[in-house]
Design a protein around this ligand. Structure first.
Ligand code: NI
Length: 387
């Protein structure tokens, strides 16, 4: 009986141990095995999805390389030959025939990474691409061999929180001097505004075109430099209308800014220019170049500029060429952004409405100070009249 109890106890121990070992074994093998199976299942599913994606991708690729109707013509047109970092440009892309099966283009740039072109032809100059002139090429991918290239000057982005000035030139164009000044501006990727005399635009349209193509703003300085406030209604209208036409004939666009000769304007003048969509733009810093006739004196005057200034010069004087060559890089080195009048106003959130008169933008930096506009060009008249 005693022995029987011992056997029973031993059996019980064996049973308990057995259950314990089984349960541990289940835990060790059962659950992980299940989990592994699940994992394997997921991987298999992923693989299947990958395969499906790949097949779809292949199908898309096959669709893209359907070159059965190749292009016969490709025309890519950039609206202008320059662009600022921070501003996009919509290119015009035309392909023929309309039923071409593959009109995808491959875009390349002579400076890698300088620009990005989207599928619908929006060109973006990338940061760090400024102060470069690049060649952008669009190439057909349908085997037709069609391609087209265009050059693009990339100007630095404008930072509205930093100092900027608008350099302005009156009385031109005059090929020898205007072109030399344009060279200096072009070399430095700087912009300026040219208030041209209509009659000179007629004589030298190529110089005006060059100004425009480089991104300079081309305004008008009337047709023949009359003092507008002294003119009768008809003569006043002629001075403005002939000037507007001269710009339009040369450039295909009408000016939006007019600098009245001697800065002389009154309500009648403002009303007259309003009818032509023009705004009067005078100046806040007169270099008095016409008086000093000296490159060093002009240079020194320009270097006194403060943020928001509109600086008056004349591009018809030989003695100004050296001044421009010196002050353009030096103003930039001093931290000034050299922008057009319209860029200056746009970046300062100020408007240039037709029929209004302006002198400078409000400063946004401490260096700037208000300058009284005085009209002394040619020493004739000193009066700028508010509207
Ligand atoms: Ni003038």
């Amino acid at each position: 009986m005693k022995k029987g109890i011992q056997y029973l106890l031993l059996l019980l121990v064996v049973v308990i141990l057995g259950v314990g070992i089984f349960s541990v074994a289940r835990r060790l093998t059962g659950s992980p095995a299940k989990s592994r199976r699940e994992n394997t299942g997921t991987r298999t599913e992923t693989k299947a999805a990958d395969k499906k994606d790949k097949k779809e991708a292949e199908a898309t690729t096959e669709k893209k390389v359907d070159n059965s109707v190749p292009m016969t013509a490709l025309t890519v047109t950039a609206p202008q030959g320059y662009l600022r970092v921070g501003k996009d440009m919509q290119l015009s892309i035309k392909t023929e025939p309309a039923e071409a099966t593959n009109t995808d283009l491959e875009w390349t740039c002579s400076k890698e990474g300088a620009v990005t072109v989207s599928g619908d032809g929006v060109l973006t100059p990338n940061e760090g691409a400024e102060k470069n002139t690049v060649t952008v090429t669009a190439k057909a991918t349908d085997g037709s061999g069609l391609e087209q290239s265009f050059d693009l000057r990339i100007l630095p982005a404008i930072d509205p929180s930093k100092p900027m000035v608008a350099i302005t030139f009156d009385d031109g164009p005059k090929p020898e001097t205007t072109n030399a000044m344009l060279d200096a501006l072009e070399e430095n990727y700087a912009l300026a505004t040219f208030f041209c005399l209509g009659q000179n635009v007629g004589y030298y349209p190529d110089v005006v075109k060059r100004e425009y193509e480089l991104g300079m703003e081309v305004g008008t300085h009337t047709f023949s430099h009359q003092q507008l406030t002294a003119l009768g209604a008809e003569a006043l209208d002629q001075e403005i209308s002939k000037a507007v036409k001269a710009n339009e004939d040369a450039l295909g666009v009408k000016p939006s800014l007019m600098r009245p000769p001697y800065g002389s304007a009154n309500k009648t003048v403002l009303q007259a220019v309003k009818g032509y969509g023009l705004c009067c733009m005078n100046w806040s810093l007169d270099t008095e170049d016409w008086k000093t006739k000296n490159a060093d004196a002009t240079y020194k005057m320009v270097m006194t500029a403060t943020d928001g200034d509109v600086i008056l010069l004349h591009d018809i004087h030989e003695y100004n060429v050296d001044a421009v060559k010196r002050f353009v890089p030096d103003l930039m080195a001093a931290g000034f952004q050299l922008v057009t009048v319209s860029e200056l106003y746009e970046n300062r959130g100020e408007t240039l409405d037709p029929g209004t008169i302006h002198f400078r933008t409000d400063p946004t930096t401490e260096s700037a100070g208000e300058t009284e506009a005085a009209s002394t060009e040619d020493g004739a008249v000193s009066a700028t009249t508010a509207p």
